[in-house]
Structure formats: C-alpha cells, structure tokens
Design a protein around this ligand. Structure first.
Ligand code: ATP
Ligand code: MG
Length: 688
C-alpha cells in the first residue's frame, strides 16, 4: 500500500479500523455480515464512510454499492465524507472522486428500483408518489365515500386512520394488535377500519398511486419473487445502512430479502438513540441482527467518543444511564474541558427566546459562527417565539423539520400541474388543478376526472363537462398548457411553463402574490438541479428540501445562519454549541407520550439524542411557565412547569445552574412583545 493509503486507516482507532476492514476481499468483494453498535459520537457514521471509501479503493464498483441513510441530508453528508477520504487518498487534484449513485433513503432507493423493475410485479409504469398530506387527503375522501366521516360517529380522523394503516404496513403487524398496542381508543372501529383500508388500497391501485409505505411494501414484494430477488440481490455487492436502530420490520425484511446470507451487509446504529417507534421503528432490528444469518454477524462496538467534552458526556451518560433497557456502553473521551453544561432557568418562553438570542450573539463574538450553533426542540411549534425574536434582531436562521416550503398552497398548485401531466390518472393532482379554473368546483372537477379516468384524452376534449358559467376560455388556456406538458415535455422548462400558466391564478387567489412569486422562482431554481421531471417529482415528494436552506443547492444570500431543528431531525449531526428548549415536564417528556413506560423511555432517549449533539457547549433551558394548547377548544392556558423528570437532582449537579438574567439587562427590543393575556383562563377562574 502507498503511504497515502496507510494514512486514511491510521486516522481510525483499532475498533473502527476493524469495522472498516472486516471481510473486504480482493477486488472489494463482500464478506460476511457486520454490525457496528456504539454510542453517540463514537464515529459510526464516520466509520461507515471510511468503509465505503475503503471498498472503492480495494476495487469495489461504486455502482454496486447501496448506502442507505435516514434522510436526504444524511445521504449528502455521507457522500461528502466518502468523497473527502477518496480525494485525500487518490490525490485527485481538480477531478472529482467517483460518485455513489445508490446513496439515499430506503424510500428514495425503493422508488428508483420500482421505476426500473416494478412492471415485473404488475406495477403501472406511470405511478405517482403521494406524500403524507396527499395520502391523508385520499384517506379522507375514501372515508367520506364509505360514509364514515360524520361528526357524530366520532370515527378516527383521516390522519389517525393513515397513522394506523402505516403502522400495520411498516410494523408488519396485524390490525388488531396495532390497535391494542398503540391506538386503544380506536379499537372499537376495527371492522370499519378494515373496510376503509381495503377501499384505500383499491383507490391507490385504480389511480396508479403509491404512498410512502408502498415504496417499502412493493420493494419487499419484488423480493418475494425468487428470480427478481436473486437479480436485485446480485446487482449490489454491498448494502450498508446507517442509523439502523430507527428502521422498522419492513425495512429489516427488505435487507434480508436483498442479502439472505448477509454477505456484503453492514449496519450501524445505537439502541440508546432509537426515537422513531411512533413510525413503527423497532430497536429489535438491531438487537436481532447478528443471529438472523446462516453464519452469525461480526459485531463491533466503539467506545471512544470523539465529539463531546467530558463534562457534556458525563451529563449525557447520566441521563441515559437511568434508562431501564439498554445495552450498557461506556463512552469515554480525552476532550477535557472546564466548561460544564448549563441548566438555564428563564421566566417563560419569551425570556427563553431572548436568552438564546443573546447567547448566540455572545458566542459569535467569541468566534463561534452561527452555523456552528443549533437550537433543538421537541416539536416544531416550540420554536415560534424564538423565530420572532431572531427575525426582530436580524439573526438569519434555517429550520429543519416542521412546516415545509412544499406544503404552501401555491407551491402545491404548481407541482400538481406537473404531477397531473406526469400521470393523467392521478386524481388528487387533477382535482386540485381543475378547481383553479374559476367556476369549477369539486362536483364538476369530479366529473371531469371520472371522464379522464375512463379514457385519458386532451383537456380540450372535455369542454362539454365544463359548465357555461365557468370561464371556458380559462379552461382552454389550461388545456393548452397541459397539452404541451404531456406531449412536448422539456426539463426544466416545464416548470416555467407551469408557473406562467399559474401566475394569473396566483394574482387572483392571493393578496401576497409577490412574495409567493418569489417562492415559485425558488422552485424553478431547485428544479433546475434535477435531471428530469420524473426524478424531480419523486425526490421532492420523498424528502422535501427546506426552501431557505443551502442544502437545496440554492445559495443563501447570507452565508452564516443559525440552525433550528426538531430533535428528531437533528439525528446524526453535531454542533459546537447546542441549546435545547423547554426541558420541562410536559415537553420532554411530551404530555402526549407519557402513557406507557415504553413511551417515557423513548422520550428519555430523545433528550439523550439532543444532548449528545453538542461538541463544546450545551445549554438546557427550563422556562418556569409555558403555554399549552388545550384540546377543549378553550384556547391556550399557561402552566407552571417543572424541570424535566429526566434531570433528577443528582443529575442536575453535573450542570452549572444559571439564574434568570435580570430583565432590564437585555437591550429593549424595538417592538416589545405584547403581553399575552389569557382571557379564557381568566374567565374560567371567575366561573370557578
Ligand atoms: P451519532 O450516534 O450521533 O450518529 P456517530 O457515532 O455516527 O454519532 P460520527 O458523527 O461518525 O459519530 O463522529 C462524531 C465525530 O467524531 C465527528 O466529528 C467525527 O469526525 C469524529 N471522529 C470519528 N472518528 C474519529 C477518529 N478516529 N479520529 C478523530 N475524529 C473522529
Ligand atoms: Mg451517525
């Protein structure tokens, strides 16, 4: 080996190196299955990236490596890390390291494989992928058609129905078990739910639609065909998975179907960071992995943490150490520091927002860029007061998780035009577009689509269905644009065409058309980064980029920005300074998740994930008062909050305690927030 080659392995500790080199034969040929199970920040992802680079350097064909990550962001990061190692070793100069075309999420890779081979199991070639919102809408339509939606019947909401359906599919579990375990309040509806799900599946098939769950389900379906399974399995020499603790049974079945003997299969994960059981992920996957092959898998554990300082690690270890069921892992680091993590008490959420903004700026003065700092929270809505505060102070930020760009109605309108042209049978897209024409309501749109489903044809041939009261010339305009999109598709010019057609409607429908217009320009820029309409629609549906973020490939005007993220979306990442909001009982653990001991354990792991994102500075913030939304419809009420139960008195001794800064110390904001008067609560007190 050349000195450079030796170098990249010398960066690793002996256990990491063992994992990187395990079973790599001549020409990068695959060996037996490998599991790396290790705590946060121990270099699992880094080891996986080195392993892939190592395989390529040993001669494995990058086209035959499948690398599965949890999100598209994680996939991009993984490619970057692999590229960096290869660049270093191969001394490529200006040329680029080889790309890894099969790096992505289970859902993204599934979509591609189904496009290529789905016809072999009877899947229509022109299928469209429904995102969660679309799937919920379809579930709602079917529910309505079956007469299950009347308010007095108290039948579960469409979102609940979809969640139940999804649990059944992803968990490979019968409906009655899912209901009993996770949705006991819906158990009385079992028979109706069965009927509903049957009709939902039929509707998807009739309209050539796949929802997210179908991408996994049909992939697994392909693997049930022995010939196709052999073909797909043989196409990839190596299949590697990061964050394996958050995969579900269906995903485990897919891996086993791809590699029944485990050859070339590598999974890495941390049972202490399993936080997606509400999506049917099960930590059993990682625990059962070694024993499921003819020859047991090699198991490598990593114990050295490279991310956090010792005081941060001590506090994180203490939190997870209280957990009932976990594989004991002792993490150590040589990153000594005199700076302990801080437990910060503030008066309320407004005070919390001010404290975080002050500190972010102070850290910046001390040389930490905004990008090296992140604010994490349990649910997307928790960041609202902070977002306002940051906007007021002109501190740029990007938010991961929560309401996305693509959920805005004007973006959905334009995407629907493209989707409908892609799949003329797609009912939701057509339904949405037809109703943009003035004078066309749901009933007319329904008739138009029925006619279209019976026999796809140019829209101009549907004029007889458009009532005279509707703007027939507008219909003609739509028909013309649609014809061009169907017959003369050009990418990315299609997006401009759709936007041009849509603009008059945008002006008519929205007061803030100018701002929305800017979003559409943004959409066109994002589209230009994709090779085809099909690819664009598939990937956008699967994992929408944040509109304002650099990861969409659109450079931000301001290069430095603070990261705001849900804890779930922060998985696998790290920052120099981390702030965790609302570390109070009711938020962490969430009031919605304190039903069972297992749910509480998952909330503890969530706090552990949040804390272990920090490299140098960690702040857990405890507002003494916060507002909770009342299910009763009486509006919000505030409650006096207690510190999260996961921070026991003993654990709290591992933190510096920061008192509330005096109110007047903060520079007065130009527009002080109006005091929030809780009228409903006042009234209730009077009535008592
Ligand atoms: P998580 O459980 O949070 O996903 P992880 O186990 O995947 O964490 P990585 O993100 O791979 O951990 O690594 C954590 C940090 O440690 C990264 O900054 C990485 O560059 C660094 N690191 C990993 N291994 C080494 C090493 N051998 N030498 C120096 N730094 C390392
Ligand atoms: Mg990782």
């Amino acid at each position: 080996a050349s000195p450079a080659r030796a170098d990249y392995l010398a960066d690793l500790n002996p256990s990491q190196r063992e994992a990187v080199e395990h079973g790599v034969g001549e020409g990068g040929r695959p060996g037996g299955p490998l599991l790396v199970i290790a705590g946060a920040g121990s270099g699992k992802t880094n080891t996986l990236a080195h392993r892939v680079a190592h395989l390529v350097l040993k001669g494995a064909d990058p086209q035959r490596i499948m690398l599965l990550t949890f999100s598209r962001r994680a996939a991009a990061e993984m490619e970057r890390r692999v590229g960096r190692v290869l660049q270093k070793v191969l001394a490529l100069g200006t040329s680029h390291p080889p790309t890894l075309p099969w790096t992505g999420t289970f859902h993204g890779i599934g979509a591609r494989l189904l496009r290529e081979h789905g016809d072999r199991i009877g899947l229509a070639e022109d299928f469209t992928i429904h995102d969660r919102g679309d799937s919920e809408d379809l579930m709602g339509i079917v529910r309505h058609e079956l007469g299950l939606s009347s308010t007095e019947s108290r039948f579960p909401l469409k979102s609940t129905c979809l969640a139940i359906y999804s649990r059944v599919v992803n968990g490979c579990q019968p409906l009655d078990q899912v209901l009993r375990a996770a949705f006991p309040w819906c158990a009385a509806w079992e028979a109706q739910l069965k009927r509903l799900f049957g009709a939902y599946v039929a509707a998807k098939q009739a309209q050539h639609l796949l929802d997210y769950d179908d991408l996994l389900l049909y992939w697994e379906g392909m693997l049930r065909d022995p010939a196709l399974a052999a073909e797909l399995g043989a196409r990839f020499d190596h299949v590697l998975v990061d964050e394996y603790q958050d995969t579900n049974r269906l995903q485990a079945a897919i891996l086993l179907g791809m590699k029944p003997d485990g050859s070339g299969l590598t999974v890495v994960g941390d049972d202490a960071q399993s936080i997606y059981s509400f999506r049917a992920a099960t930590v059993r996957n990682i625990l059962d992995f070694p024993g499921q092959f003819p020859k047991p898998a090699r198991v490598v554990t990593l114990e050295r943490n490279y991310r956090s300082t010792q005081p941060i690690l001590d506090a994180s270890n203490a939190v997870i150490g209280e957990s009932a069921e976990r594989y004991a892992k002792e993490l150590w680091t040589d990153r000594e520091s005199s700076r302990r993590p801080a437990l910060v008490t503030v008066s309320d959420e407004a005070g919390q927002a001010r404290w975080v903004a002050d500190n972010v700026l102070r850290n910046r003065e001390e040389g930490l860029t905004l990008k090296s700092q992140a604010v994490l929270f349990r649910s997307a809505s928790h960041s609202a007061p902070l977002e306002l505060e940051l906007a007021r102070r002109n501190i740029p930020f990007v938010k991961y998780g929560g309401l996305k760009f693509l959920e805005a109605s004007h973006i959905k309108d334009v995407l629907s035009v493209l989707r409908w042209a892609q799949n003329p049978r797609g009912r939701l897209a057509g339904f949405r577009v037809a109703q943009l024409v003035p004078g066309i309501g749901p009933a007319t749109a329904g008739r138009l689509l029925d006619a279209m489903a019976a026999c796809p044809r140019p829209l101009s041939a549907l004029l007889e269905f458009v009532p005279p009261s509707a703007a027939r010339s507008e219909w003609a305009g739509l028909a013309e644009a649609y014809r061009t999109l169907c017959e003369n598709a050009r990418w990315p010019a299609d997006v401009e065409l759709a936007v041009r057609w849509y603009l008059p409607h945008l002006e008519r429908l929205h007061d803030d058309a100018a701002a929305r217009r800017a979003d559409l320009d943004q959409l066109a820029r994002i589209a230009a980064g994709y090779g085809s309409r099909e690819q664009f629609l598939a990937e956008l549906t699967l994992d929408p980029p944040d509109a304002t973020s650099a990861e969409s490939g659109v450079p931000l005007r301001d290069e430095d920005y603070l990261i705001l993220s849900t804890i779930h979306s922060a998985k696998g990442q790290e920052w120099k300074a981390v702030y965790v909001l609302n570390v109070v009982d009711g938020c962490i653990p969430s009031d919605m998740s304190t039903g069972t001991a297992a749910e509480i354990e998952e909330e503890r792991r969530l706090l552990y994930v949040a804390m272990t994102r920090a490299r140098d500075r960690l702040h857990l913030i405890v507002p003494q008062r916060f507002y909770v939304h009342q299910q009763t419809g009486l509006g919000d009420r505030h409650v006096y909050a207690a510190r999260s139960r996961f921070l026991t008195d003993r654990i709290a001794t591992l933190f510096d305690r920061l008192p509330t800064p005096p109110q007047q110390a903060a520079t007065p904001a130009p527009h002080p927030a109006a005091p929030r008067v809780d009228v409903a609560a006042l009234l209730r007190n009077l009535w008592k």
